[in-house]
Design a protein around this ligand. Structure first.
Ligand SMILES: [Zn+2]
Ligand SMILES: [Zn+2]
Length: 310
């Protein structure tokens, strides 16, 4: 199995001279099976270039049949779709899968909403490709040679981790995720929060629940060869970003060591992060992995066009 990154940035595209090396496009991953079968995860702005690549390289071999699995529907994970070349070709088939939305809007409604006439001149139903939408929950399914499972993550909107197995290799994506934490414990001493009546028993109960939820994600990823993990913040930055739905580099390392994967791709880079900063963080992170005894773990910051064979 192979994975290629087409967009690695979180939140918003960041083109410019400071992001040339790692890239400024938002989330988009291309996964290939052993016989070049295609899976796409997320439709951030990286999807536009992937579309052009598919038209040049795959279309000459026959009509495009593309499965796009959305982790969730925040802008940085869907915004590339209106510019996805294969959607304008009549022979293409495109199937979206993504989480059922808790706020009463369907997946199709959300994806097409960004193409309302005020925002974009072509409506979803005017695109030439055959486009289908399938809403998914925590479940197992199969696409071609890929066995896929999903698991809910901790993010401000329903968001899925994907576990993809092809042959004897497995890739797991865990991004747009913040480890669960016990907010009662944080606020116990804070009288203004209105939670000052919370007793120790309730805090202990919440602690147990947090542990179960975090372990569920680790168990979901066990046995993976490659993990693509949210590493938007440093531990210092996280102090003012707790509750925003993202992880730190240290959270990612901790999870990778528990999962015992061989490769960890740090992903969903903060928009403020320059190439220079990412290079520095790469050196610091590799040092840290050695210090904490993760000698068998290969860790790297994802960058556009990087291809990983597992
Ligand atoms: Zn995101
Ligand atoms: Zn998000």
């Amino acid at each position: 199995m192979k994975l290629r990154f087409w967009g690695v940035r979180g939140s918003v595209p960041t083109p410019g001279p400071k992001t040339v090396k790692y890239g400024g496009n938002t989330s988009c991953l291309e996964i290939r099976g052993d016989n070049n079968e295609l899976l796409v995860i997320d439709a951030g702005t990286g999807l536009r270039e992937l579309g052009n690549y598919l038209i040049s390289n795959d279309l000459p071999d026959g009509p495009l049949d593309i499965n796009i699995m959305l982790t969730h529907t925040h802008w940085d994970h869907i915004q590339g779709f209106p510019f996805f070349g294969p959607a304008f070709i009549p022979s293409s088939t495109i199937t979206f899968r993504g989480p059922v939305n808790a706020i009463g809007m369907g997946l199709e409604e959300i994806v097409s909403g960004q193409m309302a006439y005020s925002y974009f001149p072509i409506k979803l139903n005017e695109l030439r490709a055959d486009i289908q939408f399938k809403e998914i929950r925590e479940e197992d399914f199969k696409i071609g040679p890929f066995y896929i499972s999903t698991c809910y993550l901790n993010h401000p909107i329903l968001c899925l981790a994907y576990r993809i197995t092809c042959g004897d290799k497995t890739i797991v994506t865990i991004y747009d995720n913040e480890p669960y934490r016990n907010i009662f414990a944080d606020k116990k001493e804070d009288n203004e929060s209105g939670l000052d009546g919370i007793d120790d028993e309730a805090i202990k109960e919440a602690e147990e629940y947090v542990k179960i939820q975090n372990n569920k994600i680790i168990d979901f990823a066990k046995g993976a060869d490659l993990i693509v993990y949210d590493a938007q913040y440093t531990t210092e930055e996280y102090k003012t970003k707790a509750g925003w739905g993202h992880s730190t580099i240290d959270h990612a390392l901790e999870a990778a060591l528990e999962i015992q994967c061989s490769k960890l791709a740090l992903f969903h880079h903060d928009p403020v992060r320059s190439d220079k900063e990412l290079d520095t963080l790469q050196v610091q992170t590799v040092d840290k992995v050695k210090q904490i005894g993760g000698n068998n773990l290969i860790v790297f910051f994802a960058r556009e066009r990087l291809e990983i064979a597992i």
